[in-house]
Design a protein around this ligand. Structure first.
Ligand code: 8DG
Length: 143
């Protein structure tokens, strides 16, 4: 991104598996929002299309290959525009259900951990504020 952006585009992935659980990424303690569970993803680079950025981020973070064409918009959240730091705008995408019997499985390559959770379990996980909004958009408020 440019040197002094007023906002930062971020992309994130809501990846389901065939039995109705969804992948969440645990951020390692030393990071911003360390110790919290997020939808995996990261910042879009200057000039990069969001879906292409997400394919790149997921390959770097989880070591799996996604097809950009199969990604579908699933949610949107933004931080307050009132503070001095750049506004964070997160675009959430879903992709086709992941096959857990595949040889290559998602791993936390940049630290932390990954886990598969039902929507009700995700509601209870400690999450960064924008991921709370995204989870509610995606799942509603599970019973
Ligand atoms: N997922 C998520 N990210 C948030 C929230 N609030 C907030 O400022 N962010 C920021 C933290 C990061 O700067 C950015 C997410 O990008 P990222 O996942 O690549 O961040 P990172 O710390 O792993 O990597 P980096 O800053 O070193 O590039 O969004 C939030 O509520 N949820």
């Amino acid at each position: 991104m440019e040197n002094n952006p007023t906002w930062i585009p971020v992309v994130a992935l809501a990846l389901p598996e065939t039995d109705g659980r969804w992948l969440m990424h645990y951020r390692s303690e030393e990071k911003q929002h360390g110790g919290l569970w997020e939808f995996p993803g990261g910042k879009v680079e200057l000039g990069e299309r969001p879906a292409i950025a997400l394919v790149r981020e997921i390959a770097e973070e989880l070591g799996i290959g996604l097809n950009a064409v199969s990604l579908k918009p699933a949610g949107f959240a933004e931080s307050s525009s009132e503070c001095d730091s750049p506004q964070i705008v997160i675009m959430l995408y879903t992709s086709a259900p992941w096959d857990l019997s595949q040889l290559s499985q998602p791993r936390a390559l940049e630290g932390g951990a990954v886990g598969w959770f039902t929507p009700s379990e995700i509601e209870l996980l400690a999450k960064p504020p924008l991921d709370v909004v995204l989870a509610r958009q995606l799942f509603g408020r599970p019973a």
